[in-house]
Design a protein around this ligand. Structure first.
Ligand code: NDP
Length: 347
């Protein structure tokens, strides 16, 4: 991470993961072009301004929207590396096609079209997801050791069933297709599992925070489904982006995941650290009950059917070997995340 200073673009720069990427880049003295939807929205940019004021690098904002063709071209001018993180991570969309799939897929095409027109760009780091590798846990039964690796793709998600996973799969495929059509810029994808850990803007709303708040706000007091969740720290996720950008030997896709856990494990970690004060989950809810009440919880019955009670894992060896990533334990990440909620009076 001690390369000479470069000019780079981060799309969706104020997001949960992207904010940490921006911080690490500024810390290394790089010039960061931060593409955001509204640069006048100080609620979203304040934390980055504060970080930039203390670090070596320079931060410049640009206004861009995934659905406005060409709107990243200005932000990309003079950039050598593009970190494309922007993509809707929302699990409760009313219209999956327009709210999730179009911004992810057309947005990736939009950003990479600008990359094709910008001669200075040599490398693109795309924030994909393990959702582009597996669709639902039933897939795991087809795979040796129930362990997914970077050779595998999600074949099961569809626009009307697992739209977020579908959006990530199609967006990553589109990126590889555009990459293969030229030979100037390299593509590396970062495929994180569920990301947890402290946020640089604790007041923002994002899916990882919603999940973690539920672990201690009483919503899951009566029990949690027997769901397998692979997880990774947000700082490691951001670090993986930086390592992928600056390490010559970083090629292809990288699963970024510390390990797979059960939701009950998280409850146990939180009780170990914070005692009995918070109503953390202690029980497994029987699958038929979860299935019955799933519409009330805002979860599709098909999701419950295909995900509850199955175990699966992700092979993170490539990230350790080629990126040199050393993972923070999920016990530490979830505790640090929860600690932040307490400090900021969010729980
Ligand atoms: P955030 O919601 O914090 O970040 C999403 C970012 O995408 C925001 O900056 C948002 O901008 C931007 N965005 C959404 N729609 C548009 C649009 N139409 N035009 C421009 N920008 C847009 O979530 P995360 O940080 O968690 O997610 C970042 C990336 O990481 C996503 O690609 C997500 O799929 C991926 N990921 C996340 C995981 C997780 O567990 N958190 C796991 C694996 C992958 P705005 O602030 O203006 O809304």
């Amino acid at each position: 991470m001690n390369e000479r200073s470069k000019t780079v673009l981060v799309t969706g720069a104020t997001g949960y993961i992207a904010s940490w990427i921006v911080k690490f880049l500024l810390d290394e003295g790089h010039t960061v072009h931060a593409a955001v939807r509204n640069k006048e929205d100080k609620e979203k940019t304040k934390h980055l301004d504060e970080i930039a004021s203390k670090l070596k690098g320079e931060l410049k904002y640009f206004e861009s929207d995934l659905l406005n063709d060409g709107s990243y071209t200005k932000a990309m001018k003079d950039c050598e590396i593009v970190f494309h993180t922007a993509s809707p991570f929302i699990m409760d969309s009313k219209n999956p096609q327009t709210e999730v799939i179009d911004p992810a897929v057309k947005g990736t095409r939009n950003v990479l079209s600008s990359v094709n027109e910008t001669e200075t760009v040599k490398k693109v780091i795309l924030t994909s997801s393990v959702a582009a590798i597996y669709g639902n846990a039933e897939d795991a039964n087809q795979i040796p050791d129930k362990t997914f690796n970077e050779e595998m793709w999600n074949h099961s998600s569809r626009p009307d069933d697992g739209e977020y996973s579908y959006s990530k799969t199609q967006a990553e495929k589109e990126a590889w297709k555009l990459n293969e059509g030229q030979n100037r810029w390299k593509l590396v994808t970062i495929n994180p599992s569920f990301v947890v850990g402290p946020a640089l803007n604790p007041y923002a709303n994002f899916e990882s925070k919603k999940f973690m708040l539920q672990m201690g706000n009483g919503d899951l007091r009566m029990g949690v489904p027997d769901i397998n969740l692979a997880m990774v720290d947000v700082r490691d996720t951001a670090k993986a982006h930086i390592l992928a950008a600056f390490k010559e030997k970083a090629k292809g896709r990288f699963i970024i995941s510390e390990n797979s856990y059960k939701l009950l494990d998280i409850g146990r970690y939180l009780r170990k650290k914070f005692g009995e004060k918070y109503p953390t989950p202690r029980f497994i809810t029987p699958k038929f009950l979860v299935w019955l009440f799933s519409p009330m919880l805002g979860v599709k019955r098909t999701f419950i059917k295909k995900n509850v009670g199955y175990d699966f894992y992700f092979d993170n060896n490539k990230s350790i070997k080629d990126l040199g990533l050393k993972y923070i334990s999920v016990e530490e990440s979830t505790s640090d995340f929860f600690q932040q909620f307490i400090e900021y009076d969010l729980i």
